[in-house]
Unconditional design. Sequence first.
Length: 447
Amino acid sequence: MAASPVALGPAARTSESRVRRRPRTTLTAAHAAVTILIAAGWLAAGPVSGPYRNHVAELVGLEAIWLMSSSVLMLTRSERLERAVGGVEVELWWHRLAGALGLALGMVHPKLFVPSGDEPSFMAGLVNLLMLAGIVLVAWSFMTPSSRVARWRGPLGWLARRGYDRWLSIHRLLAVFVVAAMVHGVVDSATLLRSPLLLLGYAGVCATGLYALVERFVAARRGGRAVGASVVSARRHGRTVVLRMLPDRPVAHGTAQFVELGVPVSRERPHPVTVVSAPDDPLIEVAVQAVGAGTTRIVDDVAPGDRVRLDAVRGLPDHPATSGRELWLASGIGITPFVARVRARAALAGVPPVDLVWSRRGFADAPYVDELLEAARHLPWLTLHLRDTARQGRVTVDELLDLVDHRPTELTVVACGSATVVQPLVKGLAARGVPRARITSEAFGFR
């Protein structure tokens, strides 16, 4: 295997989160089983009074509360839950899916009742109002500062360019929606308080949601796991800054995990960034790219001597080196986990061959490019392929298969970067024969 870097031509890519079919399928099946169990118990108990249609309408409301509670549960800081579901990205995927489904059922719920002519209660009116706010927030969550919408003129573009913190602050209204929906169920249900069995099931669902809310908004803010640190150096590469920081006490982390970095000059909540430094390095190194207003202030204004905060390390540990060939796909700032992997494996013997394909718009001001070029010259297992998308366009699945001699079944793929770049390649490689169990990807770009 050649150790020199190769530039892919036009003829001839996102902490650690495992995006695989199995974890998502298992998570969906587990939640579907709970949803069916709730429905079976509710329908078996039957209505205590009133039309059966109203009983079904109340069940739809209960399922909405369950899905919203499950959505919040995925955002807790439980390391055990993160490992069980397959990583942070799978948690975020279910958070979005369950939250959207819960809102949809919440919209259907009041339409199913038999009209009675009575005015809706205060709680019912409040829930309906908060539900409308939730619909706007769900749409807004997909309009990130790095999305295509942010480049539009007009109100949608303006909204997409707003800082993450502003969106998050309004997003917390959904917690009020969940609690209001719980209270609404007790106050306005015609049957709930008349059936101990129904009340027990309802209490179980509400307990799940309340636990998740308390853990997310109270316990996670105790600050016991946060560590103060001092910036030792700040190296700027175009619109990216590489920070090396000395923590007040050692921060244990694995290869390519991520940490939430709080920088006062950003005037925003902590940002998740990949830890690039090796686990035995006393300094913590990260790279921050200017995307929104907060990260732009970090890139422009942070300086040596500044005090920062390092929250709990998250993400699944790096996967061990396999016995076969590996293909690493990086897009833009998604190169950082691979820099960490190269550093961690540099002193190891018997590392399998790795093709690292890095796509970005120009490499003149790219961080880590010189380090990777040097590593490719000295590490016999590493071949570096630089793809300048401004001149050569995006890399294709056919080009990637050419690199590995069209033997996809023997390949292990790790991809990291923008979802719009990474996901088509991951799906295309899976369709061409790469086993899904051997594909790991991480998408940058979540709010």
